[in-house]
Design a protein around this ligand. Structure first.
Ligand SMILES: [Mg+2]
Length: 363
């Protein structure tokens, strides 16, 4: 969620900007504000967490409609499209066959909360269908959630690209340089999602994913929201950017954001293999960027009780968690190293042991 919200905030000053399309710009200015993308991302995440994993499509959709209307009415000046705005304030909650990019910009939490790609796609479909029941609207949401699911589970970029091309038929053959010229704001799924995926694929880390997306122009905040959500799943979000994000959203949104990461960490979704242990602050990227940490990846690699081959097996992933999975029984993992991770600072050793135990019992 940090990734999506940061993309929205960082892209927002450039949404109607007609200047030169560059990757060199100030990440934050006083015009960097959240927009509809953030409000609906929060609304969807809250509905999913309230619903849990066992609900039917009908029940989930009822919750989604309620949550989206609640948040949308509260933040009514966030820049919604006309049709969506009418839907937000209407008692009629029928979908209106939209293929706008709204279904793709709000879907990021779905990519994190479910155990299989099939379930992820099903729930993504539900989140789209409450308004964007046009096939392109549904496809956009499913594609974005799929990329996030695959990225957070350690898939490499060529695998992700192939999956998106094969399953959704998007043309990912163009480079961002080829897209950039002539790209304009169309705010449709089919003219936003492939471009966002391409920006994600070309980026080298979280920040360059966002910069690349914004540099394409068009519907910048939504483009960067979608690319940022994918970037987070692949690279993690540096702590300093998480803090910039928190400064720029409402306290109520921050509460949902915190609850989301707590949910992933504490494994309230028991079938979710990464979730038990996932921490927003624990990616490799973050470890390099967190000045308060006395832990480095070198330390992790060098640790005598951390088997070398498990590290090498996971070398395609930026996530230390992946290494934990690949590692031998948890006694082998240096407890001090794990305990020093920022996600666990202040947490009891008992909790940590319980989490670790949970992971390895499942193997
Ligand atoms: Mg927007």
């Amino acid at each position: 969620m940090y990734g999506a919200i940061l993309g929205d905030i960082i892209g927002s000053p450039y949404e109607f900007y007609r200047g030169n399309k560059t990757k060199e710009f100030e990440l934050f200015s006083e015009d960097s504000v959240f927009t509809d993308d953030t409000v609906m991302t929060v609304a969807v995440a809250e509905a999913l967490m309230d619903a849990g994993t066992g609900v039917t499509g009908t029940e989930m959709k009822e919750r989604l409609v309620k949550s989206m209307q609640k948040w949308g009415r509260k933040y009514s000046y966030a820049g919604y499209g006309g049709m969506f705005y009418r839907w937000l304030f209407s008692d009629m909650t029928e979908p209106y066959n939209s293929f706008g990019n709204g279904s793709a910009m709000r879907v990021s939490s779905v990519g994190w909360l479910y155990d299989t790609l099939e379930k992820t796609r099903e729930v993504a479909r539900w989140t789209a269908e409450v308004t964007h029941n046009h096939p392109e609207g549904v496809k956009g949401a499913e594609a974005v959630a799929s990329v996030i699911f695959m990225a957070r589970n350690g898939a490499d970029k060529s695998t992700i690209k192939r999956y998106v091309e094969d399953n959704f038929g998007y043309d990912l053959s163009r480079t961002c340089d080829e897209i950039r010229q002539g790209y304009r704001n169309m705010a449709t799924c089919q003219n936003t999602v492939p471009e966002a995926v391409t920006a994600f694929l070309e980026g080298q880390d979280f920040e360059t994913v966002i910069r690349t997306a914004v540099s394409l122009g068009g519907d910048c905040d939504t483009l960067a929201d979608i690319a940022g959500a994918m970037g987070e799943a692949f690279y993690g979000v540096p702590v300093n950017l998480q803090q910039e994000c928190e400064k720029r959203i409402g306290e109520d949104m921050k509460a949902v954001l915190k609850r989301f990461y707590r949910t992933l960490r504490q494994g309230e979704y028991p079938q979710n293999h990464m979730a038990d242990f996932w921490s927003d602050d624990i990616s490799e990227n973050t470890i390099y960027n967190a000045p308060e940490l006395d832990i480095s990846m070198e330390d992790l690699y060098a640790s005598p009780r951390f088997l070398k081959n498990s590290v090498e097996q996971s070398s395609e992933s930026d996530m230390p968690m992946k290494m934990l999975y690949a590692s031998p029984p948890y006694e082998e993992i240096p407890m001090n190293t794990v305990y020093a991770s920022p996600g666990f600072v202040g947490k009891s050793k008992d909790l940590l042991k319980r989490l670790l135990g949970g992971i390895f019992q499942k193997r």
